[in-house]
Design a protein around this ligand. Structure first.
Ligand code: F6R
Length: 357
């Protein structure tokens, strides 16, 4: 597809990108491979081994602090001996009890939903681990002597994905609940380093899949579809586009969307004109899911909807998922550049929190 030359040249204008990007979000994405490895070093020791079965694992968090819970549970659910859920609300599910392990994750340490869940976890006698950069969560952990992983302060929570997710996986590995985390992280970091060299701002749009995808999505309402492993990446893409580019975007996953949303691709016609779809594909999906994705793409294209298909790379589930996430992080940043928007501030979230307080 031909792109307007002006848009392409905006994405290849490094000075313009640097001028817009006040808190160096591009640098944060480039630093993600190192962040993963740094976050692993030392994180596991925060939790002591304890005999007995773990009766359920929960990650309580919101927004950029919650996605790490989805990431870890989706990557390792194939081997976890216990149910693992991400809780994005004020209450923990009833079935979590004193045999359960609850991670309270809040970058700022001040997110009220997460603090409420921590209170419930403590009341029920759950084992807890707190992950934050400071705030009330760090204060409670210090007062009560709870295991605490302190992550570097001064970042946007969504830019701290490695710091907020890797300690969860490291603790689960330390407790013998999952295996191969260290090896997976090594593979993921090596792959992400290569992807940074292919997708970063110094690679021209003509050779850069992330810039091309942003150009395909500019001015649209992106609808991101994942399946199995990449369902988490679809959610991450949506949130990154919302927060970095300040754009509406939606996410859903196969096979569920074939049982409802598929029918919605008829009306209203104006919505179909605005929407563009991205598929996050992975070779590991059930063969019937692959067939579903192909048939659904035919239906969408017949309805005049553009579908961009992007495949994961790498071997381990973690590396594959991270490959899908990093391209979305870059796409969201290129969309912010195309919109002439600084990716960092999320004023509406801050204003809402101020009004609630
Ligand atoms: C992401 C972001 C939000 C926060 C969320 C929870 O960059 O700004 O999604 O992550 O509002 O806040 P924290 O992470 O401080 O618990």
């Amino acid at each position: 597809m031909r792109r307007p030359a002006r848009r392409v040249s905006v994405l290849d204008d490094r000075q313009r990108i640097d001028d817009l990007d006040s808190e160096d979000q591009f640098g944060m994405v480039a630093g993600l491979p190192d962040q993963l490895l740094e976050a692993y070093a030392g994180a596991a020791d925060v939790i002591e081994e304890a005999g007995g079965e773990v009766g359920g694992i929960a990650v309580a968090g919101m927004g950029g602090s919650a996605i790490g819970g989805d990431l870890v549970s989706n990557v390792y659910d194939v081997s976890l001996p216990s149910a693992m859920v991400t809780v994005r609300n004020y209450h923990l599910p009833h079935w979590l009890d004193s045999r359960s392990l609850v991670f309270a994750v809040s970058y700022s340490g001040n997110t009220e939903e997460t603090l409420a869940c921590l209170d419930e976890a403590l009341e029920r006698g759950c084992r807890t681990v707190c992950i934050c950069s400071g705030g009330r969560l760090a204060a409670v952990a210090e007062e009560r002597g709870l295991p605490l992983v302190k992550v570097p302060a001064g970042l946007q929570p969504r830019a701290a994905l490695g710091y907020l997710s890797v300690p969860i996986a490291a603790c689960l590995e330390h407790l013998g609940l999952v295996e191969s985390v260290e090896a997976d992280l090594q593979e993921a970091a090596a792959l992400l380093r290569k992807l940074v060299l292919r997708l970063g701002p110094d690679v021209p749009a003509a050779e850069n899949t992330a810039k091309q995808t942003a150009l395909a999505l500019a001015g649209s309402v992106p609808v991101i579809y994942g399946c199995e492993l990449t369902a988490v990446a679809a959610r991450r893409w949506k949130c990154q586009i919302n927060e970095n580019a300040k754009m509406l975007a939606f996410a859903n996953e196969f096979p569920e969307l074939d049982h409802n949303e598929l029918v919605g691709w008829e009306n209203p016609p104006a919505a179909l004109e605005m929407a563009r779809v991205v598929y996050l594909e992975d070779a590991g999906v059930h063969p019937q899911n692959q067939r579903r994705m192909d048939i659904t793409a035919d239906t969408l294209e017949a309805a005049g909807v553009q579908v961009t298909r992007l495949a994961t790379e790498g071997e381990s589930r973690l590396a594959r998922l991270m490959s899908s996430i990093i391209i979305g992080d870059y796409v969201s940043l290129y969309l912010s550049v195309l919109g002439g928007i600084d990716p960092s501030p999320v004023e509406r979230i801050e204003e809402l929190k101020r009004r609630l307080a």
